[in-house]
Design a protein around this ligand. Sequence first.
Ligand code: TEU
Length: 533
Amino acid sequence: MISESRWWKEGVIYQIYPRSFKDTTGDGIGDLNGIVQKLDYLADLCVDAIWLSPVYTSPDVDFGYDVSSYRDIDPKFGTMKDFRKLVNEAGKRGIRIVMDLVLNHSSDQHAWFRESRSSRDNPKRDYYIWKDAKRRGGPPNNWQSVFGGSAWEWDDSTKQYYLHMFYKEQPDLNWRNPDVRQDLLDIFKFWLDIGVSGFRLDVFNLYIKDKKFRDNPAKLLGLRPFERQIHKYDCDRPELMGVLEDIRKVLDAYPGTYAVGETFLSDHEKSASYCGDRLLQQTFNFDFLECAWNSGCFASEVEEWEQALGEEKWPNYVLNNHDVERAASRYGIGEDDERLKVAAGLLLTLRGTPFLYYGEEIGMREVSLKRNQIKDPVGRRYWPFYKGRDGCRTPMQWTTKQNAGFSDSDPWLPIHPDYADRNVETQTEKPQSLLNFYRQVLALRREVPALSCGEMKFIGDLPGGVMGYERACENSRAVVLLNFRKTEAECRISDEKKMYLKTLSSKDGLYVKQNLSSVLLKGDEAIVLTTTE
Ligand code: TEU
């Protein structure tokens, strides 16, 4: 296991969407025991931590992102005993657990909200954000819900509006109330006491809203009303810093624990501003999710992110998550995975923590769903303009067997029809598969310190379409070359010949010992040259 304080810098974090990973009960929904069954697979892949999308009790309006009890496991996923077993068994394999904490809002079925809405003078009334209608009627201000419509819902029995930045079944918690804040901080402690190593904080920069609830200024361009506002008053309020400091104090009482925040509507500077010794250890960088397949785009995103963070703060990168179209569909061409190897070569060797998303390692494609198969309410609302997020949340493809070895019965979302060829079992047997390339790079990362903790320097004067950088740390060095084009490229990497003891190519596999100053890159090729003295 990597040292206690550096695991989240040097390690690799693998996101599991539990509904879709592995079902052991035959209800078509993945569960905690399913994850336990697959821990050896993850350990073998060289994963250091699992980020678990929410497994708390939830009515599933937003599939776990609407929590009705923060201290319980939803029965569809198992029991608290199963959860402890997962933490233990993962720990035995050197794998840590990172919980997804959804604390901007709860479910409307949470006991707090049921009480809060029961009457205006209920002691929990102020746990949520209630406001009177405007004098002439209508919502208190112009704020919009991310998922569509006004962010305010009228409650007819108590004659006030409550705020919900997402669905109306996800009322926003009132972080300004000290009792709420204490209760929420106690949730961190509860899970830390059980043995988890960190948290992913869902939309944390929405926690605090403008005290005066001023209208957001209008913005000219944008498809939906939410996008036609500047989110000045519902997001990124200065008092948020105090909340982050409180969270950090809790974490610091449990050495080696960590939090990564999902900065909503982020840009580099904003995301970086929330990281620091007294703030969060990391916030996400989602730039790669929007990059076209173009070396210049990826390189400039890396440079800007590095610049915003400076030397002290540690970057992270993602190609996929449970909210966006899968990278394999964004970048892959048909069933060809060669570009995905280049993308993996990039993600796993940059200076920063790589986040993987289940199925990425076998190049799972987005599933195209028919209207009556859509489960995600955003998809139902905006069909056919936006089909929602189900396409990237379909079951993991393990084997060639029925239901891809995910479940004995019909899965909650359809499985990609390509599963008979694209699955863990089949790719394990093919030396040239994407899965084996992920395994090889991840193993090399463990072996060569430069790849996990080294400084990074771009190599200048490379041919168009090639991105290259050097990493160095203590006695190890690595050079990474990534060809984003289909044509060969001659790359000069140093003035004189240097010895590289181990080289990994996405085209030619592993070879040992090479003395060179330049490399002829094939089209769509990723090469990692390494040396440890
Ligand atoms: O996502 C916030 C967010 O940015 C997304 O809602 C995004 O705008 C949307 O997926 C585009 O359709 C977090 C979670 O990652 C997401 O799964 C939750 O639905 C959301 O918060 C509410 O908790």
